[in-house]
Write a protein that binds this ligand. Sequence first.
Ligand code: BJW
Length: 266
Amino acid sequence: MAQPSQPDPQLLEQIERLAPQLAAAQNIAISTGAGVSAESGVPTFRDAQTGLWAKYDPVMLASIDGFRRDPATVWKWYDERRQTIRAVEPNAGHYALAQWEQAWRDAGRTFQLITQNIDDLHGRAGSSDIIELHGNIWWVRPLHGTLLEARRLDDCPLAQHPPLDEQGRVLRPHVVWFNEQLDPLNIEAAFDAASACDVMLVVGTSSVVYPAAALPLYALRHGAAVIEVNPQPTEFSPLASACLRGASGIVLPVLLEQVLEQSLRS
Ligand code: BJW
């Protein structure tokens, strides 16, 4: 069945009610997850474990123990995802956030995008200041190297699994796996944004993976309104100031249109 490209009347009314608050916000933080890329055709993290990959434990595919045990299989999974991501385009939700950032910057206001996604689609849509909490699928680093040795590897598909560097060292994806530390500078910047914003939008995340899942809680504690955009309820929903139950590719462009209209009026 074809997706409706407009929110239903009830959702539209809710968007219209929230728009003035967003239009008045001097400081907006956005926290996105895999759902924002779903309409581009990128399976969400949990959906990426279907078909051939259904027999694998997600933690084994996204952990250092799993990688040490079977680097070829983990790399095949990442290589397949890289090929999917390369073939798709950002969607209307990504573009709305990039346009929003530009509008807020032009008005001398603050807009900080924080993402758990590793797919680079926000960047490809034109967002310029992105905190990538879980890394980037196009970057690699030596398994036994430092974070400073991270670099982009665009080969797609890869010639071998695992790929090796010029010195023959095994490379790993430059992403954050379970039980690995996030980059402390990214964490600091993300929590600073959460504590300073007037409004946070939490878009397309199941809000189960920490520390990202703590960002909206932190924003609430610091007095911000936190609005969830997700077709499904999440762990965070009961605490949200408002929940917009729709796909981000439909909700965000309409929300932005309303917000910009309100901002121009004031
Ligand atoms: C739509 C839509 C549409 C669909 N529009 N929406 C504190 C409490 C409890 C646990 C912990 C804690 N601190 C640390 C932990 C452990 C762990 C953790 O959180 N575990 C939980 C599972 C319980 N965290 C960590 O290990 C983190 N490290 C850490 O904290 O280090 C310190 C430490 C070390 C050791 C011990 C203790 C502390 C690291 C987490 C790294 C996560 N990495 C992954 C893999 C990245 C690489 C890869 O992608 O391959 O990141 S896991 C995976 O989950 C991926 C995602 O970024 C992340 C979040 O997923 P997301 O984005 O929410 O996607 P989904 O699929 O879950 O949900 C999609 C949503 O979209 C759904 O809600 C849909 O409804 C919605 N949707 N279509 C809008 N069109």
